[in-house]
Every structure is written in C-alpha cells, then in structure tokens.
Design a protein around this ligand. Structure first.
Ligand code: TXA
Ligand code: MG
Length: 316
C-alpha cells in the first residue's frame, strides 16, 4: 500500500458509512474520539486486530481498549459490578476506560486481551465515534492511532503523518476536544488507577466515595503499554523549567512564556487539548532540546504531567 492509498473520509453520513463498511470488511480505520484518534478494527476479527499491531509497529501484544456504545454492550463482554455500573451511568459516554473481568465466549479476538482475564472497555463521547460504533454494529478495538512509542494523534493530519500507507482510512473529525487519553481504572478488584487521563481522578473518587489507589507495582501486567518512554517527541525534554537554557525551545504554561505555550492563561483543560499538538509541532520544528514550564499536578494536570514525564524519560 502506498501513502496515498490511505483515504481521508469526511465527517458526514457518507464518510461514516464508508468507514463502517471498511471495518466490517476487516480493514483498519482511524477515527476521532473526544480524547485522541483511535486506530479501529473489528474486535472480533483476529486478522484485523493483528493488523493494528502491525500498522503501529507495536513490539509486543499489549491488550487493547474495546470501544462500545454503552453499558448494555459492555455487559455482553464483561462482568459489570455495581461500582462499574455506577461509573458508567455517571461518566459514559466519556474519557473513562474500565478494566473488568471478561466474560467467556464473547467472540472477542484473544489478541484484544493479550492473554489477560480482564478486558478494557470504553464508550467514547465523540459524535462521530458513536455514529461509527452504531453503523459498524460491533465492538471496535482501538489503541491510539500513532506508531508505537510516538506522540498520540489529536488531528487527522497527525494520524496520516504517522500511519499513511499502513491503514485503510482516517475519518477526519478535526481536533480532539479533550486531547489526552482516557483515564483507566481497574475494577476487577479494589479500584486501582492504571492511567491518569481525561477524566480527573478526583471526579472518580467523588463518585465512588472512596480514595483510589495508584497501581505502581513494576511487575504489574496492568497497562503494560505504560512503559517509561512513551509519547515521545524526537527532541530531548527537561521539565519544570522557568528559565530555558540557550538553545532550548521553551514550551510555556501560564505565566511562564515560550515559543509555544500549552495555555497562556494557565487553563488545564486548554493545556490538555493542546499538549500533543504542541509535541507534534516541536517535532515539525525540528526542536532538539525542549524545556517545559511547570504544570500543577491536580485535575487534568495529573494526566498532563504523566505524559510529560514519559516524553522526558530516557529513550529505551
Ligand atoms: O483515550 C483512549 O483511551 C484512547 C482512545 C483511542 O480511546 N486509546 C488509547 O489506547 O489510549 P492505547 O492502546 O494507546 O492505551 C491503552 C492502554 C494500554 O496501556 C494498555 O496496556 C491498557 O490500556 N490496557 C488495555 N487492556 C488492558 C487490560 N485488560 N488490563 C490492563 N491494562 C489494559
Ligand atoms: Mg497509546
């Protein structure tokens, strides 16, 4: 396949219908969600799911998030506990992924769970993602639509920059409004935060009425895709900087200015929405050394700092 054979589909009924037909036929289609673009495949088609790993160049089989229309579809695939049902009612559709004990005989490709007894489920809120799920009529496995280890895409152009020629199509829905990936919560036992993300953990704690532990055990199988160097731009990154050194490109926030800024007004929602676009832009500028202003570690700031730490980690 050549780069130009990856089609860009418009955000209308025709585009959604074509995207759904490609997915039903076992193809790969990137689509917008409110968090980032996902690289979708029919979660019941092993060949299609394997194609996701091949297109991303993902070195090993990490489990994938299965996207569903809502709680009812989730109930076919996993054991929905009372806590899970409460959180689905409160936050779905939206940027929350729940890791639940999988049911048997669901027809999901084994590659989706990568051998785990659990499955990660999410109902995305983006209207195009919802229409696509409805028209495709099946659960869609979808990791972020970027080559493995690189920055997640928040526009169709980002998707094509990384995956043109490797996927059948991208459904172009413009920029993703949230801009960081979903929050991942494991509920196969006591609630554990596996990844900070677009839904602040404070909101989950308020809804559950309990503190949520963070799973940091190094041997965890949980979120094995969460290796240290991830979300990386090509240049090196230094964090919590107020004064850049000569030759550094500054990524500002709030009262710390920069050539690029996450949010000049210090708004965390705006910063999350801009984060990956800024990292892509730094790549496009050829920035070799990047300095990043401090970002407060609360609300969406936790997800932003998590991604920045991974982007700054030594490259393996
Ligand atoms: O916002 C999002 O979550 C985006 C959009 C496209 O929905 N998707 C996304 O997928 O970020 P991905 O593959 O880039 O990250 C999913 C993470 C990985 O770290 C994976 O290891 C973890 O979820 N995961 C998936 N299934 C799991 C399971 N059963 N147990 C623990 N972790 C799981
Ligand atoms: Mg990813």
């Amino acid at each position: 396949m050549t780069d130009s054979e990856t089609r860009r589909l418009g955000p209308d009924a025709k585009g959604v219908a074509e995207a759904a037909a490609i997915l039903r036929g076992g193809g790969l289609v990137a689509f917008p969600t409110e968090t980032v673009y996902g690289l979708g495949a029919d979660a019941g088609n092993g060949r299609a799911v394997a194609g996701i790993y091949a297109a991303k160049g993902r070195p090993s089989f990490n489990p994938l998030i299965v996207h569903v229309e809502g709680a009812e579809a989730a109930g076919w695939l996993a054991e929905v506990t009372d806590k899970a049902a409460d959180l689905m009612a409160a936050f779905w559709p939206g940027p929350l992924t729940l890791v639940l004990t999988a049911r048997e005989g669901t027809g999901l490709s084994p590659l989706v769970q990568a051998g785990l007894p659990t499955v990660a489920l999410r109902a995305p809120a983006h209207p195009l993602a919802r229409e696509l799920l409805r028209e495709a009529g099946r659960p869609l496995a979808a990791p972020s639509a970027n080559p493995s280890g690189r920055v997640s895409p928040t526009t169709a152009d980002h998707v094509l920059a990384g995956l043109a020629g490797r996927i059948d199509a991208v459904l172009d829905g413009g920029a993703c409004p949230v801009g960081v990936e979903s929050t991942i919560l494991a509920l196969d036992g006591p609630p554990r935060l596996l990844r900070a993300g677009g839904l602040p953990v404070e909101a989950l704690e308020a809804a559950l009425g309990e503190r949520i532990g963070v799973d940091t055990s190094p041997e965890r199988v949980a979120a094995p895709g969460q290796m240290a160097s991830h979300y990386a731009p090509r240049g090196s990154m230094r964090l919590n900087v107020r004064e850049p050194e000569p030759g550094e490109v500054m990524l500002g926030f709030g009262d710390v200015p920069g050539q690029l800024t996450l949010s000049a007004t210090g708004d965390l929602q705006e910063a999350a929405a801009n984060l990956f676009g800024c990292l892509h832009a730094l790549d496009a500028m050829g920035a070799e050394r990047i300095a990043v202003a401090p970002v407060p570690d609360r609300g969406l700031g936790r997800a932003i700092n998590d991604r920045l730490r991974r982007a700054a980690a030594p490259r393996g």
